[in-house]
Design a protein around this ligand. Sequence first.
Ligand code: NAD
Length: 497
Amino acid sequence: MGTFKNFIGGKWVAPRTKKSFPNRNPADLTDIIGEFPASDGRDVDLAVAAAKEAYDGWRRTPAPKRGELILKVGQILTRRKEEIARAMTREMGKVLKETRGDVQEGIDTAVVHGSEGRRLHGFSAPSELPNKVGWTVRSPIGVAGLITPWNFPLAIPTWKSFPALVAGNTIVLKPASDTPHSSHLLVEAFEEAGLPPGVVNLVHGSGSSVGNAIVQHSDVRVISFTGSTAVGREISATAGKALKRVSLELGGKNAMIVMDDADLELAVEGVLWGAFGTTGQRCTATSRLILQKGIHDEMVRRLIGRVAALKIGPGLEEENEVGPLINKARVEAVDEYVRIGRKEGELVCGGEPLTTGVFKKGCFYAPTVFTGVKPTARIAREEIFGPVLSILAVKDLDEGIRCLNDTAYGLSSSIYTRDVNRAFTAMQELETGIVYVNAPTIGAECHYPFGGTKDTGNGHREGGTYPVYEVFTEWKTIYVDYSGSLQKAQIDNRKNE
Ligand code: NAD
């Protein structure tokens, strides 16, 4: 066990508060990974000041050079992939196969944004006046505040930090207090890659103290936040008053529709991965399964057998498929939803915390399935963020689409069908930012836009190249008039009318 520090102005420094909090392994709460800084607003002030000081030098560094440094970070992550994946499983719980994927997503993100340093395209268009040209460039905004959740402890910080940095911003990163170690390891990679002091800063601590101080700080001009809708609303209100740019990636209540004509075995595989991968703790998790009546009973029968056979246990043991929840508070929150669900549907699988034997010291919960759930039920409407699946029955595609769309969220959706007309109708009618056909609701790739509609966010997207640079850059429009005379737009080109 070690004592970890913040990273400010290129140095690892203890917090002004001199306080710390323990980071525990959710598969074994007696295993403490380390003590991390319980920082406060004073540490944020220092980090923002360092980021502000570094900004001019960084924004003047040519974007291809900034991109090269991000590519170098990606190479370091590649070299350290297995070590980081193991550390991530230890602090976050998800199984090794998934944490390797999380690190790989960071590496892929480095490849995308590292090379984006050689593009960062603006555009040109012909002027309406002779001997005059116009074009646009993307400019950085300044200091970016990045606030991240615990379920993708490496991938999400890279989704934000790599494009922010390639665009020429400097950053202050605040990771979730359940997963500070993964961000520590990422910042070690930034340090080894040789980013100038102050360009990347890391401040650990709680959301109410450190996160809030970042949002409030007048020198932080853009906030990128991933987390719950409730916190996103608060951040949006605070930052909105200060006219800061805010990108919000929030909650989800994703559903998969399975039609009578679907390949049921494929759909079972899909829902197992979508609902119980990452122990259901994905913003894109398949939380509702909407079955057409003709295949309902057969699908439920096949699914329950497979759910009951899932191997649950510590993620560091390769054979396990489902790890623990992130902490005891989540076990209680999931259990509360299961209590509610018992009144709203029929419990056909799981339904309790696992507390004996290998599970004794951890935060494990049995993968849980409810059938007979109505669209009005709380377990069909609210984000549970755990291994709980609600099954609803519908008569046809129209009802399935209505049912899927009947939620406050709009992140991801999926349909299993072999009928091309049904598939295209669903693509058109589903009100989510991401739609999958014959694949579960999870599985985003970093070079496509990622995000959702309705209460899932505020219209921005991460991922891709164009969408995320809309968050981290300002457009600058440049006109050059080489006519040698004063030309008046909208007026001089109408002289002869
Ligand atoms: P959370 O909102 O509790 O915390 C997210 C981050 O915000 C943490 O770093 C936290 O410390 C910080 N925070 C908390 N209160 C704050 C405040 N008042 N001001 C500033 N920062 C504050 O969310 P969580 O429990 O860490 O993550 C789970 C949630 O995240 C789920 O709702 C999930 O759907 C969502 N999520 C969304 C996406 C997406 O891309 N849409 C991805 C992953 C997770």
